[in-house]
Design a protein. Structure first.
Lengths: 387, 177
């Protein structure tokens, strides 16, 4: 069966398999399963070893961040927002901080603009290193995760040196960043970038030229280009289908307009193409980090004056601030009624689309052994669905 | 973009165009025109990408304000389309036939706010919550603190401070003297 020839079935007209017929098997993948990228589960209906139906189930984390934020002051919310997406908390910090600054009319110093760009690219690299281990592991390739987890740890060392934290950094704060770079820091960064780049060369040889990986990933999870707008697909999943969209270019936020890069675009739109594209984006991250270090002002303030956080009343208004994270469009919709607490904060994570509507559609017709590989190829992260 | 505001006003009685940034604006439309306006924006004006759907509980005015954020990738412009619906028996047209991911947002609206979108697939299925029998949790009149106090036991030895008063005492002890 050609995977890209599966007939399109909209959710409302989905076939309902008769589970009493004895022809199908109902099974759950997750929430505790090595093939699930976070606390989420897939309710799969299997015929033989082929998936005929899938439902995504979330709700295992019991968090309710958006409700909690309505009861807390603007700055009290700050330690919450980074916890919405563990692999790349900095994008949450940036979107929330930028929304507050926009509503409050705060201009951040140029050095803070560059330090934010630098830390977001470093975060992107760490997130991709985590992803590539999962992608290889989901196809039975256990060596890569050993390498990429080590490389990610080196990057987390850099975060620890810069911010004091390895996972949650709380570095990008309203008004700028929390601190300047320590002495000799960029020298360490460049050394780590050289090490990671060399390791990526090895990963490319071992993983991307591996026959098993190619055979299983090619043709798996094909996303037709006309699905991109229909399903709201963004990020590498859209670019692998030949759609040249990258919010870093399209919105031109932070220092990205001053950096030289072009969005990486693919064409085949299957799991292998998405993996290939993300590898190229990892090299691009390293290049952007080096560019940031070269172009960043060496002197100057890194934080603007902000109101007393205990009594900060953000002027009434609303805004939506989006950024390009590793998985696509990440955004914060923030509404203020002029008080000391947000009226509403809504988080738009790319996994909301990729892990539910797209995943449920793509997994039909896939071999049960390839479900994990397909899911990781969409780079989903369930906690950003359950905000 | 003001031309778009004029066209929306002429065709759909839209009002309150507000330019938040050069790449972001908002406008309010009558709730009965939601599907028409979004279909027109998608098919005629190039706003093909639905970023998200959410709601704000404006309990003081007795309405939920729905927000549909759409993007035109050619002009790099995003538009937040607002529509007010009454809080009592809140119902709005479903847009799941315009965008395939919209049904998930509408399922969330039902569970979190109690807003019904008739015809939206699986809208009555549990989404994030399980066995929830309280007011929809994102409504302003759902008191999460009272619910927490009534549902969960207090941990022995736990002390709670008012954050502002506590931090003020820590940071500016002389102010209290």
């Amino acid at each position: 069966m050609k995977r890209d020839r599966m007939p399109y079935i909209p959710p409302a007209e989905r076939a309902t398999p008769d589970l009493d017929s004895g022809k199908y098997l109902l099974m759950w993948q997750g929430p505790q399963h090595p093939g699930i990228t976070g606390n989420m589960s897939l309710r799969l209906v299997i015929e033989g070893d082929t998936v005929v139906d899938c439902e995504t189930h979330v709700g295992y984390l019991h968090r309710g961040f958006e409700k909690l934020m309505e009861r807390r002051s603007w700055m009290q919310n700050f330690p919450l927002v980074c916890r919405i997406a563990v692999p790349e908390p900095d994008f949450n910090e940036y979107c929330y901080a930028a929304a507050l600054e926009e509503l409050s009319g705060i201009q951040i110093p140029e050095k803070a603009v560059w330090l934010r760009t630098f830390s977001l690219e470093l975060m992107r690299l760490a997130s991709y290193l985590m992803w590539i281990g999962g992608q290889a592991g989901s196809f039975g390739h256990g060596t890569i995760i050993q390498w990429s987890a080590t490389m990610r740890d080196y990057v987390l060392d850099l975060f620890e040196e810069l911010t004091g934290g390895r996972i949650y950094h709380m570095y990008i704060i309203p008004g700028g960043v929390r601190g300047d770079v320590p002495a000799g820091y960029f020298k360490h960064v460049l050394e780590v970038m050289d090490t990671v780049q060399k390791n990526l060369d090895d990963i490319e040889l071992v993983m991307y030229h591996n026959a098993v990986f190619k055979l299983r990933a090619e043709g798996l999870g094909y996303i037709p280009p006309d699905w991109i707008d229909r399903y709201g697909i963004t990020g590498p999943n859209a670019r692998a289908a030949g759609i040249k969209r990258d919010l870093r270019k399209d919105l031109g936020y932070l220092a990205y307009p001053q950096l030289e890069f072009q969005p990486v675009v693919g064409s085949k739109s299957d799991a292998f193409e998405r993996a290939r594209l993300r590898l190229q984006e990892m090299y691009q991250c390293i290049d952007l980090i080096r560019q940031c270090i070269d172009l960043m002002p060496k002197e100057g303030p890194f934080r603007a004056k902000t109101p007393n956080p205990l009594y900060w009343k953000v002027p009434a208004g609303e805004t939506y601030v989006a950024a390009e994270c590793t998985r696509g469009e990440y955004g914060f919709y923030v509404v203020s009624d002029g008080s000391e607490k947000p009226r509403r904060v809504a988080v738009r994570g790319p996994s909301y689309t990729h892990a539910v509507s797209v995943m449920e559609r793509l997994v039909r017709g896939v071999n049960i052994a390839d479900v994990a590989g397909l899911m990781v190829s969409l780079h989903t992260y369930p906690p950003e669905i359950e905000r | 973009m003001n031309e778009l505001a004029e066209r929306l006003a002429r065709r759909y009685d839209a009002e309150g165009w507000h330019e938040q940034r050069k790449d972001l604006a908002s406008i309010s439309i009558p709730a009965l025109r939601v599907r028409d306006v979004l279909a027109w924006l998608r098919d005629e004006e190039g706003y093909k990408h639905l970023s998200f759907i959410t709601a704000i509980d404006n309990i003081e005015r007795g309405v939920f304000t729905l927000t549909y954020t759409v993007r035109n990738h050619d002009t790099k412009h995003s538009l937040m389309v607002h529509a007010d619906i009454i809080r009592e028996n809140p119902v709005v047209d479903s847009v799941h036939l315009l965008w395939e991911q919209a049904w998930t947002y509408q399922r969330e609206l039902k569970e979190w706010f109690g807003i019904d979108c008739p015809g939206s697939p699986r809208k009555d299925e549990e989404f994030v919550l399980e066995g929830w029998d309280q007011l929809p949790m994102m409504r302003r009149d759902f008191d999460s603190l009272a619910y927490s106090n009534a549902t969960y036991a207090e941990r022995p030895g736990r002390v709670t401070h008012d954050p502002a008063a506590y931090m003020k005492a820590q940071l500016y002890p002389e102010a209290d003297q």
